[in-house]
Write a protein that binds this ligand. Sequence first.
Ligand code: DNO
Length: 347
Amino acid sequence: MKLSFRWYGEDDKISLKEIRQIPGMIGIVTSLYDIPPGEFWPREKINQLKRKIKKFDLEISAIESVPVHEDIKLGTPTRDQYIDNYRKTIKNLGREGIDVVTYNFMPVFDWTRSKLDHKLKDGSKVLIYEHGKIQNLDPVEGELDLPGWDITHQKEEIKELMAKYRSMDEDKLWANLKYFLEKIIPIAEEENVYLAIHPDDPPWPIFELPRIITDRDSLDKLINLVDSHHNGLAICSGSLGADPNNNLPEIIREFGGKNRIHFAHIRNIEITGEKCFQERAHLSSEGSLDIVKIMQAYHDVGFSGPLRPDHGRMIWGEKGKPGYGLYDRALGATYINGIWETLKKIR
Ligand code: DNO
């Protein structure tokens, strides 16, 4: 695996220098945050970003994300122009030697939480999700705390979008995803780029909007929409793991064994009730997920793609983007390194 760290570009309070000081860190996961969803990424801008990162002896190991325009998910007649732009972006990324691209297919909302700064007993602050709270919330008028998404819609826009999705069901969303992939995967193949869909987070419908990438069967359906190694997965332990029916080591062995996992996110969560969870430190004993078993599954399938510590807690007085501080993610990286080194040496 290529140990990687998410960096939000020049606006990130965390610098590339600090990231480089984390032992064993080699990859940067980032995006071109100033390009609106739907527009294509010029090659020159990708090249500049690459050079900036290279100065710190780091490389771009994955793009997270090239956002998918809502019209593509909605399947409106205007989608083709956005798909064309997406194809151009994939081509330009490929030409710059960037070979892993993450995206998601969640309508309107990316990852969603009910509280961004829940205080744990030890004084650290974490993101939590309580389904009851989310269900009773009006996402347009209510006080929904939005985590730092790649796409930030304005309230008015959310209202209009939600109205457009009113007649959308799971089958239609699947059909729109298939349409998108049928157009994108051929160019990804030509340019040697691997697409990695991020699972829905949380892995169930919210605000009556369908969510389809939620479990083993949906991952299987996804990879069969277009049968190509370039049509793959980003396995996020914290997203899929919020549903206790998802057996992560099994999922990793199955899809990693088929060479369809192109990106890995390591996050631990504590399941606190039905459709309720809290994010936790990466250490297995801090949450409900067995991180060692997860890492062992990656090791056993010979996973060589980018892998990053995902959301961390806010600790030691750090303030910043919820889930994306430096300290706890750096601790997570070190823990991941420890597990990986052990797995390699005890063979
Ligand atoms: C959350 C992230 C997601 C992810 C997108 C991928 O922290 O993992 O926002 O980047 O869903 O498109």
